[in-house]
Design a protein around this ligand. Structure first.
Ligand code: URA
Length: 211
């Protein structure tokens, strides 16, 4: 089965799963299933629900503009969300909503098998790096399993202030170099300062004991 067929099958499974929370339209994700870079947001908003496409509103336009500005094409990457239906009134996704959709996201990642995952915002980042903090850790490159993870601010946060916008754009500009590294070698020979999720957990544990 091709990746496209596997993704289509997964989408049908989500549609058929009546135990999932939220009853708005399914926004499964879009892009090239053979991509090297996968962007993962939180949950669809109103525009995404209407169009059944991820990141098509104001925040989405910013994301897509930054993809083009580093010389990539939107259709060469893949864009999706953890929670695949819109929460009411665009509220943050609830922990139980994230938990319910997680197994489907995990399978979607396995099918696409990207070199780099870019979590957008803290909810998505915490799926890969449970103890990371978005303002502290965005823009750092992490090794999680056999993949690179480069967390970024959510583009909606970037729209809320010049400082955030600069942080978002600066991190975006790191993506081509991070991808070149991911393609060139073993995850063990990583660029500095790559950190592993496990190492980070240990640092957090020590911090917890000290303070
Ligand atoms: N915000 C998200 O996290 N995802 C979208 O698809 C749109 C806005």
């Amino acid at each position: 089965m091709s990746k496209l067929e596997e993704l289509e099958k997964l989408k049908k499974e989500i549609e058929a799963d009546k135990s999932l929370p939220l009853s708005t339209n399914l926004v499964f994700g879009e892009g090239d299933p053979d991509c090297e870079v996968l962007f993962i947001g939180e949950a669809p908003g109103m525009n995404e629900d209407l169009q059944k496409r991820p990141f098509v509103g104001r925040a989405g336009q910013l994301l897509r503009k930054n993809i083009r500005e580093i010389g990539w094409q939107e259709h060469d990457v893949y864009i999706t969300n953890i929670v695949k239906r819109r929460p009411p009134e665009n509220r943050d996704p609830l922990p139980e909503e994230i938990e319910s959709y997680k197994p489907y996201l995990t399978r979607q990642i396995e099918i696409i098998n990207p070199k780099i995952i870019v979590p957008l915002g803290r909810f998505s980042m915490n799926y890969f790096l449970p103890v990371a903090k978005i303002t502290r850790d965005q823009g750092k490159l992490f090794g999680v399993g056999n993949r690179f993870v480069l967390p970024m601010l959510h583009p909606a946060a970037a729209l809320r202030g010049n400082e955030n916008m600069k942080m978002f754009e600066d991190t975006f500009k790191k993506l081509p170099a991070a991808l070149a590294k991911a393609l060139s070698g073993n995850i063990e020979e990583k660029i500095e300062p790559i950190q592993t999720a496990e190492k980070m957990k240990k640092v957090e544990d020590v911090q917890k004991k000290l303070f």
